[in-house]
Design a protein around this ligand. Structure first.
Ligand SMILES: [Zn+2]
Length: 307
């Protein structure tokens, strides 16, 4: 089949308190839409395998892994910062979320599937090499990119991040690495407020103002990302698929709707067909309005699956 859907039951068990928007119900919202729409019948499903420490150490510092293990609570919670909190299942969930990206890379590189979507949490793009932050513990997408570079010796990998927040951890992991081109937009100013004028030539990360609409964001993709991506000719494309730029998501104030996610995904599918033998690995990041998240992820996966 065209598309592989990767998840793991442990991703439901990590939770940070009933008040927290990054909740297990997010995965149900996506899964329910895929089942109800019939789309699940047209994609393959696979359970993620936990990443190894060797996988994680391509991105993270040993002291970061030691910190997470040391502070993982046997019961109750351990609060790393105001909104990044561990429960007794966080370690397993974080390790399988990172492993999902590796499973996805292996699938598309071995050509069992053209592309893969990882429905996993905790998300990853804020996690720095040595710091958990912003609901993120391990940088899932950076770990998967590093695996692809190392294991398959790829020379040109693109990362497209359409989450409403700046993927600061991913940027930190690859700024200045000529094998990687990262393209994103993000509302600015907004958490994590770590953006500075492009830190390196390979970072095409575009701040946009609050209340930018879908057309404005399509313009960024069309006029700024795509020329750089086409010139780069990526051999594999990763997507940090956050759906919190949706206009119904009150985590921020951007105006994407489902048709914008479908359009953006289609541009990436076309690009992948041109230079990357169709290979795309998409990983869930944000998206906190459960209805909008389910609808947006459905059109994203439907477009990946060419259905
Ligand atoms: Zn986000």
């Amino acid at each position: 089949m065209q598309t592989l859907y990767i998840t793991h039951p442990a991703c439901h068990l990590h939770e940070m308190g009933s008040w927290h928007p990054e909740c297990p119900g997010r995965l149900d919202a996506i899964n329910d839409r895929l089942v109800a729409s019939g789309l699940m019948d047209f994609i393959d499903e696979q359970t993620a395998v936990a990443a190894t420490d060797a996988d994680l150490l391509r991105v993270h510092e040993p002291r970061h892994l030691a910190y997470l293990r040391e502070h993982a609570p046997a019961e109750g919670y351990f609060q790393i910062d105001a909104d990044t909190i561990m429960n007794p299942h966080t370690l397993e969930a974080a390790w399988v979320a990172a492993g999902a990206g590796i499973t996805a890379v292996d699938a598309v590189m071995r050509q069992t599937h053209r592309n893969a979507f990882c429905a996993v949490r905790p998300p990853g793009h804020h996690a720095r090499p040595s710091q958990a932050m912003g609901f993120c513990f391990l940088n899932n997408i950076a770990i998967a990119v590093a695996h692809a570079l190392d294991r398959y010796k790829l020379e040109r990998i693109a990362i497209i991040d359409f989450d409403v927040h700046h993927g600061n951890g991913t940027e930190e992991s690859f700024a200045g690495d000529p094998r990687v081109l990262m393209c994103s937009f993000f509302q600015h100013p907004l958490f994590p407020d770590q953006y500075q004028y492009p830190p390196a030539e390979n970072m095409v990360n575009i701040p946009v103002h609050a209340y930018a609409k879908g057309d404005d964001l399509r313009f960024v993709a069309d006029e700024v990302w795509m020329p750089r991506l086409r010139a780069f000719r990526p051999e594999l494309i990763f997507i940090s698929a956050g759906f919190d730029a949706h206009r119904e998501d009150d985590m921020a104030q951007l105006g994407m709707v489902e048709s914008d996610y479908a359009w953006m995904t289609q541009q990436i599918v076309t690009l992948a067909d041109e230079s990357a033998q169709g290979r795309i690995v998409s990983m869930l990041e944000g998206g906190y309005n459960l209805s909008a998240l389910g609808r947006s992820a459905e059109v994203h996966i439907r477009t990946l699956a060419k259905l």
